[in-house]
Design a protein around this ligand. Structure first.
Ligand code: PHE
Length: 335
């Protein structure tokens, strides 16, 4: 009788914990089947004395009835669970990999660029996104009537303020705050009221550079930018310095690199030319030095500005700048 109670508890536990029809069936065979211990007790009844046989016989019958009912209930439970979760649970399916968070491609690009310029001796400087006309334009030799202002479709806000149209005002703020030598980069966001298309977004990212000291020459500008582009794209990349114009640099250059997507053969990213314009640069215009109180006869310097979204586009083949600002996870998980 003692052993029957143990067998009961084992069988109840097995039926209740079964999660599939197959598991329940094997529990039934083990605990109630022909070779089960309970069945052996039934078969051994005939060897017992008359009064013992009656007592044990009743107990075995009651136990079989009870377990039979529990087995049916467990079968119903499993059938119901299966019906509510569709066509059964397929334990052989591969698991779903949880997504791991990571940095935005623009953040990763900034970190890479900052790393390269830090090894070249530049330190990081930051400035406000809400600027005034003086820092964004006037001190950069773009007075109110200057035609170059048309190129900067500006978002004006109340109180004569505006959203900076480039990171160049950080040059002005740094020079106003301390004397030369200055060797900074200024990473950050800029804003222009442009009609967005695949290569123009109303918000975009730039990295500004400024070096001011005695006797800084254009050869140093060329050397630093060449070194930078070699670090970024490899020493075999084609680089082209073209004459350009910016009101705050003289002379000015625009720097192209050979398209890394098509290796210069011509594709949609480089619009078939094999080259992509990545940088604007030049020697700081003496008028800029005057605006910040530096003596243009004492110091010279160079400045450059580059499009950070564009640099990432050139490394990855992403062909629409707006994707960087939409925060669509399907895009961010791929780049
Ligand atoms: N500020 C310029 C632009 O946004 C880029 C630039 C920076 C050019 C520094 C020359 C020197 O177009």
């Amino acid at each position: 009788m003692e052993r029957l109670r143990e067998l009961r508890d084992e069988a109840v536990a097995a039926f209740e914990s079964a999660v599939s029809a197959a598991a329940l069936e094997s529990a039934r065979v083990r605990h109630l089947g022909r070779k089960s211990e309970i069945n052996q007790v039934s078969r051994g009844l005939k060897d017992l004395a008359e009064d013992e046989r009656r007592a044990v016989g009743r107990a075995v019958n009651e136990l079989k009835n009870e377990l039979g009912a529990l087995l049916a209930a467990a079968g119903d439970r499993i059938a119901r669970a299966g019906a509510s979760s569709g066509p059964g649970l397929d334990l052989t399916l591969p698991g779903r990999r949880p997504w791991v968070g990571r940095k935005h491609p623009v953040t990763r690009t900034f970190e890479r660029l900052e790393g390269i310029f830090r090894t070249l001796g530049f330190e990081v400087a930051l400035g406000p996104h809400v600027e005034d006309e003086f820092h964004n334009f006037e001190a950069l030799n773009m007075p109110a009537d200057h035609p170059a202002r048309d190129m900067h479709d500006t978002f004006y806000i109340e109180g004569g303020k505006l959203l900076r149209t480039h990171t160049s005002p950080v040059q002005i703020r740094v020079m106003q705050s301390r004397p030369p030598p200055i060797r900074i980069i200024a990473p950050g966001r800029a804003y222009r009221n442009e009609t967005p298309d695949a290569s123009h977004a109303s918000e975009f990212y730039q990295l500004e550079g400024l070096y001011v000291d005695r006797d800084v020459r254009i050869g140093e500008l060329k050397g630093v930018l060449t070194k930078f582009l070699h670090e970024l794209y490899g020493e075999d990349v084609g680089i082209r310095f073209r004459p350009g114009f910016f009101p705050f640099t003289e002379p000015s250059v625009e720097v192209d690199v050979e398209c890394r997507i098509c290796e210069g053969k011509g594709c949609s990213v480089c619009k078939g030319t094999g080259w992509v314009e990545l940088l604007g640069a030049g020697m700081v215009d003496p008028r800029v030095f005057q605006a910040v109180g530096y003596d243009p006869d004492e110091v010279t310097g160079y400045a450059f500005g580059l499009g950070v979204d564009r640099i990432h586009m050139m490394m990855s083949g992403v062909d629409d700048i707006r994707l960087y600002h939409e925060n669509d996870l399907r895009f961010l998980r791929q780049v």
